[in-house]
Design a protein around this ligand. Structure first.
Ligand SMILES: Nc1ncnc2c1ncn2[C@@H]1O[C@H](COP(=O)(O)OP(=O)(O)O)[C@@H](O)[C@H]1O
Ligand SMILES: [Mg+2]
Length: 211
């Protein structure tokens, strides 16, 4: 594999949960993280976003150790969508705006917000209340929220687990198309064989890496 190194993981250990050898993740790719439930996938992603720190080993982002990167600065570039995305009380529009606030980025107009939710196949109006959305609709709202933020890297933790397969493939396809336009990178945890077949370019299979 050649290309620009995005993440370099050096002999990582997190308690009894995760022990990893050296790993490399390349820029501009869709890297899928696989592994059974409880394998430590979410733990690994949280360490890549500095929400957790390893007990041993180190993670480098574009050649700099995460220890030497300010967490807030890192999270402006490396944006994480957690496994249970937070939806705040209020409208869809307010929920989209929260992404800009949290990352201290400038907001955009309604037309762009509408385009983002439609690309994520969320057929709702911006002024609708987000409290009434189903689990799958909340996932699509959360995906739209991160898609609107200009990031270098998107860390997605089972982003479409509540969607039917057909919708999952459409939503992920659109998300990845947009990210590729920005020449950004995706690291995604998924259990979906179809999603991996369609979109996975590089794989990290925790089952094969951990003894
Ligand atoms: N904050 C925590 N404290 C202790 N154990 C945890 C914590 N978070 C997760 N775990 C445990 O670590 C293991 C890996 O969790 P996780 O990374 O969420 O797995 P996955 O995302 O692969 O399902 C699980 O056994 C889980 O119960
Ligand atoms: Mg998980």
């Amino acid at each position: 594999m050649t290309g620009n190194l995005l993440f370099a993981i050096k002999k990582l250990r997190y308690g009894d949960i995760l022990t990893l050898p050296n790993l490399e993740v390349y820029a501009g790719r869709v890297t899928c993280i696989m592994g059974e439930s409880g394998a430590g996938k979410s733990t690994l992603l949280k360490m890549m976003n500095k929400m957790l720190s390893p007990d041993k080993g180190e993670i480098y982002y574009k050649g700099t150790s995460l220890e030497d990167i300010d967490s807030i600065q890192l999270r402006r570039k490396v944006i994480m969508l957690s496994q249970t995305p937070l939806i705040f009380p209020g409208t869809i529009k307010e929920n989209l705006h929260i992404g800009f606030k949290l990352t201290e980025k400038d907001s955009v107009g309604d037309e762009i917000l509408e385009q983002a939710i439609h690309k994520m196949h969320l057929e709702k109006e911006l002024n609708e209340d987000s409290g009434n959305l189903s689990g799958g609709e909340k996932q699509r709202l959360a995906l739209a929220r991160v898609l609107l933020l200009e990031a270098e890297t998107y860390l997605l933790d089972e982003p479409t687990s509540a969607l039917d397969e057909e919708t999952e493939l459409k939503v992920l396809g659109n998300f990845i198309t947009e990210v590729k336009k920005k020449q950004a990178s995706i690291i995604m945890i998924t259990h979906s064989k179809k999603a991996i077949d369609h979109f996975g370019e590089d794989m990290i299979d925790l089952a094969q890496l951990q003894e």
